[in-house]
Structure formats: C-alpha cells, structure tokens
Design a protein around this ligand. Sequence first.
Ligand code: NAD
Length: 386
Amino acid sequence: MKIAVAKEVEVGERRVALVPEIVARLVKQGLEVWVEAGAGDRSFFDDTAYEAAGAKIISNPDILWKEADILLKVGLPQEREDGRSEIDLLREGAVLIGFLNPLGQPTVAQQLAERKVTAFSIEMIPRTTRAQSMDALSSQASLAGYKAVLIAAAALPKYFPMLTTAAGTIAPAKVFVMGAGVAGLQAIATARRLGAVVEAFDIRPAVKEEVQSLGAKFVEVQLQEDTVAAGGYAKEISEAAKQRTQEVVAEHVKHSDVVITTAQVPGKKAPILVTEEMVAEMKPGSVIVDLAAEQGGNCACTDPGKDVLWNGVTIIGPINLPSSMPVHASQLYAKNLATLVQYLVKDNALQLNFEDDIINTACITHAGEIRNQRVRDILAQVSTTV
Ligand code: NAD
C-alpha cells in the first residue's frame, strides 16, 4: 500500500497531513509512505527528516496523486495552476482522507463520487470514545481554543492576572467563554492559567460540571426545550430560546474584558450570540475573539479573517487558527490520520467493513456513490433551487 502525503496548496494552510515521527511508525508497520517534496516546509518538517523516517520524497505531484493508494491531506482537494483538479489526478478506487467539508461543500463529494474515489471525511468521524484517537475535530479545536485566548490577551490593553505591585493593585481580567465544547473548554483552561476570572455559557447543560472543574463559573439559562442532538452535539434552538439566552448573557458580555465565542451547530450557520447592542454596551478596549467566524460568526460585528474596531471594542474573527500552530497541529492531526489508516488497512490491504460505525459514518463516497444521506439531501436541494 502506498500512503501519499500531498503538499497543501491552499493559501494560509501551513499544516501537513503526516509528520516524520508518524511516518516512521507507518513504515515500521510495512506501509510505503510517499511525501511530496516540500510538503512539511511550512510546518518546519523538512524533506530530509521525512527521508530519515523512511519516506520516499516525490517531486512530481502528478505522480504522487496518480499512484497513491491512500492520499492524505489536511484540506479540500484544489484546482492546480494548470487548471486541473487534484481530484481528477486520483485513480479510480484510490482512498482520499482529509477535512473534506461534505456538508459545507457537497459538490466536492459529488466530484469524488464521480471519480469513483473512496473518500473519508475526517470531520465525520463519530465523536465516540472508540474513535477518540482519530478525532481531528477535537485535536484541532483544542489548538484553536488555546490560541484564541493568546490572541485576546495580546489585543487586550490590560493584564490578564491579578497583580499586587508597589505601584498599586491590578484587578484580573474578566473572560466570558460562550460555547463550552472542545475549543471552549481549552479556552477556559488557558484563560485560567493566565490568571483571568472566567465565566462560561453553553446551551448543553451537561457541560456545567466540566466548566466548573476548570475553575470557571457556569452561566445557567433555563430553556424549555431539548438542546442536545444525536452524538452529543448542540441542536439549533428556537427563536424564543435564542431571545432568552441573549437576555441572560447580555449582562455577562457587558461586564467582560474578553469574550471568546465558539458556538457551532454542525452543518448550520453559527448562531448569533453577541448582538450589536451587546457590543455597544461593552467597555472600550474590550476584545471579542470569534472562533465561529468561518461559519458566519457568533458576533453580529464579526468580519471573518479581519480585526474590526467597533465603538472601541476589538472584534477578531480568525480563520483557520490551528494552521497558525502548524507543528503541534500537524503532529496531532498526523496521529489522528495514522490511527484511521491503521484501522482501514489490515495485512497491507484495504478492509472496508461498512458494518463498522466509524467506517460507515466517515466514508462519504465509495464505488461511485455518495454514501452520506445528509450530503445527498443538500445536493438535491441545491439542484432543485438552481
Ligand atoms: P461544536 O464545535 O459543534 O460547538 C461548540 C459548542 O457550542 C458546543 O459545546 C455547543 O453545545 C455550543 N453551542 C451551540 N449552539 C450554542 C448556542 N446557541 N449557545 C451557546 N452554546 C452553543 O462542539 P464540539 O466542541 O465539537 O463538541 C461537540 C460534542 O462532541 C460535545 O458533546 C462534546 O462533548 C462531544 N465530544 C465527544 C468526544 C468523545 O466522546 N470522544 C470527543 C469530542 C467531543
């Protein structure tokens, strides 16, 4: 089996799908690993390190894509400079694994099915204990939560910790984290380590204990509806529930120096949690870091990829934060991918058991078919509205 690692060509993507340490482990297990020349350059893993780990460096990307049995990537396949799609370079029956965003960009899934590629979308891996070591959504969200706090601390015109100095006492910064999933919990832990006083809010009541165990206060909103969907994810809540949560959180936003928003509902636009009116009530100099910027943002004033100064409040909408920490982001992602590859390959051959929930859920295209019902539904909707 040839496992190939392609160089990411998307602007701003600094991660690489495998790091030398993980390559060495796969090679030891009898797999052949090909790495595109320069694939690890932007994450500080050079070709010689991959070679030393047992990989073959391939200078011609066409050869790498065409000969791969399993092609590993971080982001979506792209159009190359010569106008050809990377998908068309793959051979029929090849396996592609990466963040393929099938709910956001279902037409890519369609192209992969047409090319008869077996595609695994790493974000579709079930969030179960059994699949935990393949869970790249978690490994990358955790990096984003950490970095969001550092960005906020750098932008805040204040200290985070409480300080008692000869020149006077400094009160600790107040941080409010909205959405206490993987990114939110890491943001809480990081803000606490920096000495801030932290509050957090989530519509899933089950996170209360996790928030409290990190030393933060949980802001409770009593909602008269079920907020948890299958797989432990949040549900999209009703307009009345949105209004109720906004009423409660407004006071906490108003008194915070930093607000970090991470709320998402899979496959939907991010919910607005911080309205313009709430931003207008914040103290000048306060900072909002909106981790949901790529999904439209949790703050009404967010401009994805930009820093906005609005009534003295800085609103930062970072895009692809894990890529800003490419060494550890790639290291963790590589471990997630290698675990999936080891799960799929037995005795040097691909074993696709669709009875297995991990394989069944994460495999979005196979043998010319789109296997995921939600992706099929979205495509059907798109074709009826065109
Ligand atoms: P996510 O990125 O989809 O969303 C982030 C957070 O935003 C979630 O906690 C969600 O409840 C919250 N949210 C959504 N709408 C909101 C609103 N209107 N107001 C406030 N908060 C809102 O979530 P995630 O971090 O990917 O985690 C999703 C689920 O997966 C969680 O239940 C988590 O515990 C679970 N999980 C399980 C495992 C495992 O068992 N191996 C691993 C990772 C995550």
